[in-house]
Structures are given as C-alpha cells and as structure tokens.
Design a binder for this molecule. Structure first.
Ligand SMILES: [Zn+2]
Length: 146
C-alpha cells in the first residue's frame, strides 16, 4: 500500500510505503491530508495522502534523476504505445538489449504487443516503425500513479 506525499503547496511529490509514511507522521514532518476511513495504526489514522509541513523546494529534486522503472515508463508514456498510439502494455527497448540497449529512460518506450512483436530485435528504422514520442527522463510528478 502506498501513500501519496504532497508538498506543503499541495503539489504531488512522490509515493512512499506505509511504514515510511508513519515515520513521517511520528517525526511530525507531515500531516494527514486524507485517511482510510475507520482504520488506524497505533494512534494514527491510516493515511492515503500526506502533506509535508514545510515546503520542499523543487530545486533539490531537479538534480536527481528518477530511477528507471517499467512502471515509470508506463506512467511517462501515459499507457500509450510510442509507435501507433494504441494502448500499450510492454516495454520496448529502442536500441534492443541484444545490441547493447539499456534500461534507461532515453532507450525505452511503451509499446503495444503488436508493435513490439513487429519490431522484435531491431531498431525502429530497421523494422519500418516510426517512433512518435521522444524517450526522455520524466518529471517526478509524472511518476505519481493514479
Ligand atoms: Zn503499437
């Protein structure tokens, strides 16, 4: 179970696990903005959304690159195949892993099964596919799931 953490300005920052969330409450760095109805952990309501007591400047996060994850690619690409625009559920390596392509934001896009099959172990050019999105490092707020 994950808890959404908002900045003091109500801007979504990140998701943390419940234990982390409770620690933030114990340390009084965050307050409960929204809680599970009728559920408690010790003296705390089970939080769904926390808000930081003090504003965290965005700048400190700018230098930090979000770690790559499949779920992150899904969220960055909004569930849409980078080639055909249909719903996508698989991760495509633009430069295939067999050719040294890595799990990086710049080398992965979301793809539908059909495009992924068609592309196989080739680059988009070789497969005659056109990439309609630019694989990029996502902003942190894009990685907050819904
Ligand atoms: Zn597709």
């Amino acid at each position: 179970m994950h808890v959404l953490v908002l900045n003091a300005s109500y801007e979504p920052l990140q998701k943390v696990d419940l234990r982390h969330a409770i620690r933030m409450l114990v340390r009084e760095v965050a307050v409960v903005e929204e809680a599970e109805e009728g559920r408690t952990i010790g003296t705390f309501p089970v939080p769904k959304v926390l808000r930081l007591v003090r504003y965290v400047a965005m700048r400190w996060r700018h230098g930090r690159r979000p770690p790559w994850s499949k779920r992150g690619v899904y969220l960055r690409d909004r569930g849409v195949c980078g080639y055909c625009g249909k719903r996508g559920h698989t991760i495509d390596h633009v430069v295939p892993q067999s050719r040294g392509g890595e799990d990086t934001w710049e080398n992965t896009v979301l793809a539908c099964g059909r495009c992924n099959n068609r592309k196989g172990d080739r680059t988009p050019q070789q497969a005659g596919l056109r990439l309609n999105v630019e694989p990029r490092v996502p902003r942190w707020d894009e990685l907050v799931g819904h």
